[in-house]
Structures are given as C-alpha cells and as structure tokens.
Design a protein around this ligand. Structure first.
Ligand SMILES: [Zn+2]
Length: 471
C-alpha cells in the first residue's frame, strides 16, 4: 500500500535539537569527518575478508556489513543464494512520496596475485591517506560508502522522500547469477517497485588540466559470448585428411579476423560524445559535437577508432579468446572449438548478430553455441536521478559538467534494468587514471578523502532527488 505523500514532521529524533532546528525541519548537522573515518574503518574490516570469486564466500563480508548497520539501529538481512553466497539487504523507510532508490554494490572480488603487491591484498592496510586492498575500489569501497550514506540519512533524523534500499551482492565478477541475478528472480521483493538504482560503472574523472567531469553510466555494451565448434574425423597426425576439425576452425576464425563489424552510432553514444565536446579544443570539439557526420570522414574515423575504447563504442566487437583442440601433438581431434567474446551495443538484438556471425563463417558444419547473452539496455539520460546528480555537482564539485556515458564493460545493472529499475553507473569518487588502473590490478586503493566526500556526495544526490508527484 502506498503511504500518503507529503512531508510529515517527526518529533522523536529532532526534539533534542529543536531549539536550533529551523521550522523547515532541516536535517541535523552531520559530522562528515567522523562519517568518513568510520567508512574507512568499515572498509578496512571488509577488505580483510577474502571474497575472491570463485568461490566468493561472501557471507562473512555481508555479515560484517549487517553488524555495522545493526550498531546504527538499522535491521539488515543476509540472504544466501547458496551456502556461503551471502547478499546483504537493508531498507531505510522514507516518507513514501516516491518509489524507492537502490544503492547497489557487490561483495566478491577478482583474484589478487600477492607477489605483485607492495602489501598483502587482504590485510586492509591503511597507509598515508589511502586504504589498500583487493576490492578497495571494486567494489567494497563503494559498498562501504553506500552503507554509510544510509547511516548518514538515519543519523540526520530527516527521512528521505523515498525508501532507501541497500544491496551488496555476491558473484558480480563472474556474471551475478548467484547475486543480483538470483535476487531479482527469487527475492523480487528486495527491488520491487524501485525507481532508480545507483551502481558501479562510471565515476568523476579528472582531465589532464585538472578539470573534473562527472560521468554517469546510462548504458553498457552487453556480452554475447559464443563457442564455435568444428567437427571432423579423429585420426593420426601422420596421415591427415584434407579437412579436419582444427583446419575448419582455423578457416572460420580467419574469416572472423578479416571481418570488420559495421560502424553503428547509437543514440546514447552520440549523446555521450556530444556532451564531452565542449571540454575539447577545436577542431575536435566540432567533430565530437556532430559525431554522426564526422564518422563519415574515413580519415577521422580511422583516427577515432585507433583508440580501442572509442572503437568499442561505435561498433559491436568480436574477440577470440579460448582455443581448444587436441591435447596431443600427433592426434587429430574429432572436435575443435573457440570462444568468442562478442560485445553488442545498446539496442542490438543478439539473434540478429548471431545471423551475421553465421553469414561471416559461411560453413554449416560449424556450430555456434551461445554461452552468455542478455538484451542490451540503457536508462534515460534525462531522468530525475541524473538531474539530482547535476544539482550535487553544482553544490559539491564547483559546477563540474555531468556527462551521461556508455561503457564498453558490463555490471549487474542489466538485472535491475530488466526488472524495470532505471540503473545508473555512478561512483561518487574523483579518480585519477593511476587510481583507476588499480581496479583488477595491483595495489588497489581508495583515498580516505574519496570515502569521506563520497558519503557526502551521495547524501547530496539523494536529498536533491525530487519526490514523485502524488498520483
Ligand atoms: Zn565491480
């Protein structure tokens, strides 16, 4: 049932401070420094819990988050999709004049090779003004900031218009089937009726000249992973027939290698580069502002596509990765296979792309099996949430421009989008290129300044989010 819209004054938490509180029922003064320090402590604690996926074993980390919330009087639930695969869920009630906002992060991390690190990757080391550890940025640092954002709202004594939902899930790094994917299927109540989701995906960038750009991921390319399988007679390597499974596979892969996927400028990508254009000097400024026209110029196109990230944003890509054939030099295998990591632009239909791929291979004896596929999706770049991020940027970041972006990689956001929740990649951290490189790399770290400001920025976004008009 929907609660009655509109503001209601809550006496309890405000009564102590009511001498100084204005009649507009403003939030109690928050100690941002303390919140930041507590965020760093919480992060160091969860970085000490090894959640390398596989196997993940995220329950201990979910429990650590739940204990921190319990200490603030916020009830949390740890939901296991399988033994040890814990997902954290908490909900802070709002005034009911808007659909809920979800803060999403994940608890699992990619492996870390300790030999290449300066410090132990699972020690939660605090050194200088940074917290180090696998997951500091991807994604426990984000989870800690989102959790302390919920704590900050609770401590302020001023509820949000909407319910605030916190989700820290398992299994993102291997596709989310035991995490966000499992939750939307088996516990849809945790995301039910959500209007917006804030997730990893993009962040606040610093340009070479020091200017900041707030990038908000509105779309992602989608993975379409396939396996090519060629078959033939098995035999001895000393007496080869004219065609074998391996030679058929090589022929198919060579056709794929020569094939250039067509240029396709989708709307969210066009909008993204147009929004970046004013930050560039001429003639690039005009070129980016009118990218559809610019890409018709073969010289500009060649230059633009030389950057692998830019190239990935204007076409579907096909990358051969896994190869399998015979395990023995003198044995001709009956089967040889290759995995292709294909990435499709928002709006592309996987079935159309599969037809194209079959045409390119042009060999009916080669089967193409789908390993992973879901529809490509994107969220509205002009939504109330993006407007709230603009307001935050005006207040907290000196009016830094907000650019709706499309990213070549993918996150759990698609599970939420498929469930009708507009999902945005927005990490409230200002990251240099050096810091970005530590994600999935060595000496992963986050600055304490980012943890502190991150909580403040997220609270600012949530407060700026307009309530839904009563229906
Ligand atoms: Zn991540």
């Amino acid at each position: 049932m929907r609660r009655a819209p509109g503001r209601s004054f809550r006496w309890g938490p405000l009564i102590v401070a009511c001498v100084s509180v204005s009649l507009s029922a403003q939030a109690a003064e928050l100690d941002w420094r303390k919140l930041g320090d507590q965020t760093a402590e919480l992060l160091a604690d969860v970085l000490r819990i090894d959640t390398t996926n596989p196997p993940g074993s995220e329950t201990a980390a979910a429990n650590a988050f739940a204990r921190r919330l319990a200490a603030e009087g916020i009830a949390a639930e740890v939901i296991e999709s399988a033994p040890g695969r814990g997902n954290l869920y908490a909900r802070l009630p709002g005034r009911g004049s808007g659909r809920p906002v979800i803060l999403l992060s994940h608890l699992d991390v990619v492996p870390a090779d300790a030999r290449t690190w300066r410090m132990a990757p699972f020690a939660g080391t605090r050194e200088g003004s940074f917290v180090y550890g696998r997951g500091a940025l991807d994604c426990k640092g984000i989870g800690a900031v989102e959790l302390m954002t919920m704590v900050a709202v609770k401590r302020s004594g001023e509820p949000l218009d909407r319910d605030l939902i916190l989700l820290a899930t398992a299994d993102e790094e291997t596709g989310g089937k035991a995490g966000a994917g499992w939750l939307v299927q088996h516990r849809p109540d945790v995301v039910a009726n959500g209007e917006y989701c804030i997730n990893e995906g993009d962040h606040i960038h610093v340009l070479a000249d020091g200017r900041k750009v707030v990038q908000v991921g509105v779309g992602e390319k989608t993975p379409f992973w396939v396996k090519l399988v060629a078959r033939g007679d098995a035999g001895h390597g000393s007496t080869p027939p004219s065609q074998t499974a391996v030679t058929r596979l090589i022929r198919a892969l060579n056709k794929i290698r020569r094939y250039r996927t067509p240029i396709h400028l989708v709307r969210p990508v066009e909008t993204y580069f147009a929004a970046l254009a004013p930050l560039e000097k001429e003639p690039l400024r005009t070129r980016l502002a009118h990218l559809a026209v610019s890409l018709d110029d073969p010289i500009f196109l060649a230059e633009f596509a030389r950057n692998p990230r830019q190239n990935a944003l204007i076409r579907n890509t096909i990358t051969p990765t896994v190869l399998e054939g015979s395990p023995k030099t003198n044995v001709i295998p009956a089967e040889a296979s290759a995995h292709l990591d294909c990435r499709l632009l928002p709006g592309e239909k996987p079935s159309d792309f599969l037809d194209q791929l079959r045409d390119v291979v042009g060999d009916d004896s080669i089967s193409i099996e789908t390993l992973l596929s879901f529809p490509a999706s994107s969220s509205d770049a002009d939504s109330g949430l993006v407007a709230a991020i603009r307001r935050m940027a005006a207040q907290e970041l000196g009016g830094a421009p907000v650019v709706p972006s499309v990213t070549p990689g993918f996150t759990d956001s698609h599970y939420l989008r498929e469930h009708g929740v507009a999902s945005y990649g927005f990490v409230p951290f200002v990251l240099s290129e050096d810091e970005e490189k530590t994600v999935h790399g060595t000496n992963e770290r986050v600055s304490i300044e980012n943890l502190r400001s991150g909580v403040r920025r997220l609270v600012s976004v949530l407060r700026a989010l307009p309530a839904e008009p009563p229906r």
